[in-house]
Design a protein around this ligand. Structure first.
Ligand code: ADP
Ligand code: MG
Length: 318
């Protein structure tokens, strides 16, 4: 119960991208290797996320949409999954009509729970393994939240969000459809394949591999050759233990200082970095998007060394 108080932040869904993030994180936590996303009307009318993950046993399915029910949380100081509050699905059923259909591979049939505000319906039926979540009529009963959201803009934000997650989880096969048309197909691969799919081959061909390990610490991903620098850091992404994160100031400095004078002034490389460390050394902020986090140890020397090594393959003069 103390844990509940600590995570009291309360998940709130303000946009289609918020909803997609909750569903995608659930799929990743469930070990999915394939995810299909479909939007209608930018996802405001209807949104579908289907995965091939471990599924939810029939008897747990009605619990999954209740508040503070999670199968993941053991200790708040040792978070290993993207979700841990048991609030995602609960927030979704406050935002729209939620349907969750699931089947663990070893279970004979599938089951569905439909939930919207206080109404819940449950039924069992035949169906394939995996989980499919549908959200309909997003914010229809919350005109203040719906106002100002346009289908085109929501679709754009969803794609950006999916790209971000894909860069950090490049093994994931991902398909995106909007209003019945294919928008994006990615068969799964490594960092380079994901970067190609998201940023295109011109950018991807200027990326250097980063791979640095020391005990329980790992830094992996791609960083651009210095000549690919951008005036903003809108294409320089960090994830910590699989969770897309905002850059802790010190780590960003470490990356930039590894480039030294190779990088034009006031510019940033393009790249994606996955930092892995023991979960007890990360404090996941209790704000809903969980993107702000604190590292208990200073990993700047480790990060700087990792980046410097990647850059040693760059000739000093172009
Ligand atoms: P949290 O992710 O914080 O645990 P959620 O409300 O998002 O909370 O999900 C509640 C529970 O439902 C999860 O703990 C998990 O057991 C189950 N669940 C939700 N989505 C999926 C999925 N796609 N595959 C397997 N299990 C799922
Ligand atoms: Mg969740």
């Amino acid at each position: 119960e103390e844990v509940l108080r600590e995570i009291a932040a309360g998940e709130v869904v303000f946009s289609v991208a918020d909803a997609v993030r909750e569903l995608l994180e659930n799929s990743l936590d469930a070990g999915a290797t394939r995810v299909q996303v479909a939007l209608w009307g930018g996802g405001l009318e209807r949104l579908l996320v289907r995965d091939n993950g471990q599924g939810i046993p029939k008897e747990e399915l009605p619990l999954a949409v209740e508040r503070h029910t999670t199968s993941k949380l053991e200790r708040l100081d040792r978070i290993q999954t993207l979700g841990f509050r048991g609030e995602g699905l609960y927030a979704l059923r406050q935002a729209g009509r939620l349907r969750l259909t699931s089947r663990p591979r070893e279970q004979l049939g599938a089951a569905t729970v439909e939930a919207f505000l206080d109404e819940v319906r449950f039924y069992a039926h035949p169906g394939p393994p995996g989980t499919e979540a549908e959200l309909k009529d997003l914010f229809l009963h919350l005109p203040a939240r719906r106002r100002g959201l346009s289908p085109k803009e929501e679709e754009r934000k969803v794609l950006l969000l999916l790209f971000r997650y894909l860069l950090h989880h490049p093994h994931l096969a991902l398909g995106v459809r909007a209003d019945g048309e294919e928008r994006f197909v990615y068969p799964g691969g490594g960092f380079l394949e994901a970067a190609k799919a998201v940023w295109g081959p011109v950018v991807a061909n200027r990326l250097l591999k980063v791979e640095h390990r020391e005990g329980p610490y790992a830094l992996e991903g791609l960083l651009s050759r210095p000549e690919l620098a951008r005036p903003r850091r809108d294409r320089l992404f960090l994830a910590v233990n699989g969770r897309p994160a905002e850059w802790p100031e010190g780590l960003l400095k470490a990356v930039l200082s590894a480039y030294r004078e190779l990088l034009p002034k006031n510019s940033f490389p393009v790249g994606v970095l996955n930092l892995t460390l023991p979960p007890e050394e990360v404090l996941v902020h209790t704000a809903p998007e969980k993107a702000r986090l604190r590292l208990l140890k200073d990993l700047s020397p480790f990060v700087e060394e990792g980046v410097r090594r990647a850059l040693t393959s760059v000739p000093l003069a172009r």
